[in-house]
Ligand binder design. Structure first.
Ligand code: F6P
Length: 533
C-alpha cells in the first residue's frame, strides 16, 4: 500500500502554502489575471470543470499536482482496473468499471466481464420486454441506499428520455408511508415491483417487499406473484425464497459496492424508464470518463483535479462541508446521491492497516437545486460564520426545450457564482459579504444519458482519488452495520414493552450484560416515551 498524502513531503509544502493564504482574495486574483478562468478550466467526456473560483494560485496548483505521484495514484488506479482487492478490509475488488465496459471491449477482458455482459443483456432484454408489452403502467423499485439512490436520481434526471407509458417510482423508507400512498392509486394488474438489494437482507427493503407481495396476493392471488415481481441481488437463494421467478432474477456481484452499482441490474428501473439505447448511452458516457481517469495526466484529469481542490479545502483551508448545487430541477436528487457516494465511502477515520488518521477525511455533503436553495440556505453560505465549499452544476441547454426558463436558471447560477466569489465590500457590516467561497463549476452541454453517466463517474473517481490520498478504504461501510444489529434489539424491546411483557427499565430480556454495546441502557427511558400503546 502506498504512503498516505499527509505522510509525504508534498503535504508539508501545501501546509506552508496554506499558512500564507488564509485570506485569499478571489476578486484580486481575477483582477490581476485575465486568463485565470481558462487556465483553470478543463474539459473531458463532454463535461467542463472550472476550478478558477477555488482559493488557489499557481503555487498551490503546482503543489497539489505533486500529491498524486507522491501517493502512488497511477498504481492505485491500475489496481482498480486490474481488479486487485483494493477493498482491503473485505479482501475484494471494487470493480464497478467493468459494469460499463462496452460490449466491443470484450477482447482481453477479465473472465468476469463475460458474466457482466450476459447479465446486462438479460436485464436490458427484460427492460425492453416490459416497455414493449405494455402490461405495466407502474413500476415500483423497492430498495434503499445504493439500491435506490442511483436509479432514483437518474430516472428523474433523464425524465426527458423516459417512456411516458410507464411511471417509475422508488420506495425506500421502512415506515411504509410512501408505499402505502402509492398503493392507494396503483392498479395491481398493471404494477411491476422490482426488489433491489445487494444482500437481500436490508430490513427496509424486505418489509416493503413483503407489503407489496401481500398486496398482490390479496388482489390477484398467490399465483400472480411471479408475474408482478423482478429482483436484483447477489443472494440468489433469498430471491428464490421470496418467490422471484428465475427468469426475472438478476445477479450482481460482491465486487460491486451498492453505491457504485447503478450500472448493473440495480439500474433495471432506470433501464425500463429510458430503454435500452439510452441505457447504453449512459454506460458509454460513464466508460468515457473511466478511460479519461485511467489515461489523462493529473493536470488534465477531471476526477483527480476535483479531488485535489477538495483536499485543499478540507485539509488545508479546514472547510468541513461541501454543498452540491445543481441549477436544474432534473438533478434534484443528485446531491443526495453524491452524499451517499462520498460520505459512505470516505467517512472513515482509520487507514488500511487500521491505524488512526490524523487528518480530515470526507466532508459533510449536502445540497439542493440552485434556485430553491437560494431562498433557503444561501444566506448562511454568503454571510454565515461557517464557510462551505461549493460544487455548482450548470446546463447549457434546457432538458425541456424551454430556453428562456433555462436562461433564467443559468443567470441565477452565474449571479450566485459571482457573489460567492467576490462578495460585497461595504462599510455596513450587515450588508457586507466576504466572498472567497471556494467553488468548482461543472457545465454539461445537455442532460443526456451519456452526460449523466460521465457526471456520476466524475464523482465516483474523485472519491477514489481522495481515498488514495487519505490512505483509507473507500469501499467498506462498517459504521452502518452496528445500528442495523441493534435495531433487532430495539424492535424486540418495543414489542415487549407495548405488549406489557417487559418493564422498559428492566435489564432482563432487553439486552445483553450491561456494559455490552447495544445493551440499550441509553434508550431504555426513550422506549417508554415512544411506545405506541
Ligand atoms: O446501510 C448501508 C448499505 O449497506 C449501503 O451500503 C447499501 O447501498 C444499502 O445499505 C442497501 O443495501 P442492500 O442493497 O444490500 O439492500
Amino acid at each position: 500500500m502506498a504512503t498516505a498524502g499527509p505522510l509525504t513531503p508534498a503535504w508539508g509544502v501545501l501546509e506552508a502554502l496554506a499558512a500564507t493564504r488564509k485570506n485569499f482574495d478571489l476578486g484580486a486574483a481575477f483582477a490581476i489575471d485575465e486568463g485565470r478562468d481558462t487556465r483553470y478550466t478543463r474539459e473531458a467526456a463532454g463535461l467542463i470543470l472550472d476550478v478558477s473560483r477555488q482559493c488557489i494560485d499557481d503555487g498551490v496548483h503546482r503543489a497539489l499536482l505533486q500529491l498524486p505521484d507522491a501517493v502512488g495514484m497511477r498504481e492505485a488506479i491500475e489496481a482498480m482496473w486490474r481488479g486487485d482487492p483494493i477493498n482491503s478490509t473485505e479482501c475484494r475488488p471494487a470493480w464497478h468499471i467493468l459494469l460499463r465496459r462496452p460490449t466491443v471491449a470484450a477482447d482481453r477482458a477479465p473472465k468476469e466481464f463475460a458474466v457482466v455482459l450476459a447479465e446486462r443483456e438479460r436485464m436490458l432484454a427484460f427492460a425492453e420486454e416490459v416497455r414493449g408489452r405494455g402490461q405495466f403502467d407502474t413500476v415500483i423499485n423497492i430498495g434503499i441506499g445504493g439500491s435506490d439512490l442511483g436509479s432514483a436520481m437518474a430516472v428523474q434526471a433523464l425524465r426527458s428520455f423516459s417512456s411516458a407509458r410507464t411511471a417509475v417510482h422508488f420506495i425506500s423508507n421502512v415506515d411504509g408511508c410512501a408505499l402505502h400512498d402509492l398503493l392507494q392509486v396503483a392498479n395491481p394488474q398493471r404494477t411491476l415491483f422490482i426488489v433491489c438489494s445487494k444482500t437481500f437482507t436490508s430490513q427496509e427493503t424486505l418489509a416493503n417487499a413483503s407489503t407489496a407481495r401481500e398486496w398482490i396476493r390479496a388482489r390477484l392471488g398467490v399465483t400472480a406473484i411471479p408475474d408482478h415481481f423482478a429482483a436484483t441481488s447477489v443472494n440468489a437463494a433469498a430471491m428464490d425464497n421470496f418467490g422471484i421467478d428465475p427468469a426475472r432474477r438478476f445477479a450482481m456481484w460482491d465486487w460491486v459496492g451498492g453505491r457504485y452499482s447503478v450500472w448493473s441490474a440495480v439500474g433495471l428501473a432506470l433501464a425500463i424508464a429510458i430503454g435500452r439505447a439510452a441505457f447504453d448511452d449512459f454506460l458509454t458516457g460513464a466508460h468515457t470518463m473511466d478511460a479519461h481517469f485511467l489515461a489523462a495526466p493529473w493536470d488534465e484529469n477531471l476526477p483527480v483535479l476535483l479531488a485535489l481542490v477538495g483536499i485543499w479545502n478540507i485539509n488545508f483551508l479546514k472547510i468541513p462541508t461541501l454543498a452540491v448545487l445543481p441549477y436544474s430541477d432534473r438533478l434534484a436528487r443528485f446531491p443526495a446521491f453524491v452524499q451517499q457516494l462520498e460520505m459512505e465511502s470516505n467517512g472513515k477515520s482509520v487507514m488500511h492497516d487500521g491505524t488512526p488518521v490524523h487528518w480530515e477525511t470526507a466532508p459533510v455533503i449536502w445540497g439542493e437545486p440552485g434556485n430553491n436553495a437560494q431562498h433557503s440556505f444561501f444566506q448562511l453560505l454568503h454571510q454565515g460564520s461557517l464557510r462551505a465549499a461549493l460544487d455548482v452544476i450548470l446546463l447549457k441547454r434546457s432538458p425541456i426545450d424551454n430556453d428562456h426558463a433555462q436562461r433564467l436558471a443559468t443567470a441565477n447560477g452565474l449571479a450566485q457564482i459571482e457573489t460567492f466569489a467576490l462578495g460585497e465590500r461595504t462599510d455596513d457590516p450587515h450588508r457586507a459579504l466576504p466572498g472567497a467561497r471556494p467553488q468548482s463549476v461543472i457545465v454539461l452541454d445537455q442532460l443526456t444519458p451519456a452526460a449523466l453517466g460521465a457526471l456520476i463517474v466524475l464523482y465516483e473517481h474523485k472519491v477514489y482519488a481522495q481515498s488514495v490520498i487519505w490512505g483509507i478504504n473507500a469501499f467498506d461501510q462498517f459504521g452502518v452495520e452496528l445500528g442495523k444489529k441493534i435495531c433487532h434489539r430495539t424492535l424486540a424491546a418495543l414489542e415487549s414493552v407495548e405488549s406489557g411483557s417487559l418493564d422498559p427499565r428492566g435489564q432482563d430480556s432487553v439486552g445483553p450484560a450491561a456494559g455490552g454495546s447495544g445493551d440499550l441502557r441509553s434508550v431504555r427511558g426513550l422506549i417508554e416515551k415512544v411506545k405506541s400503546t
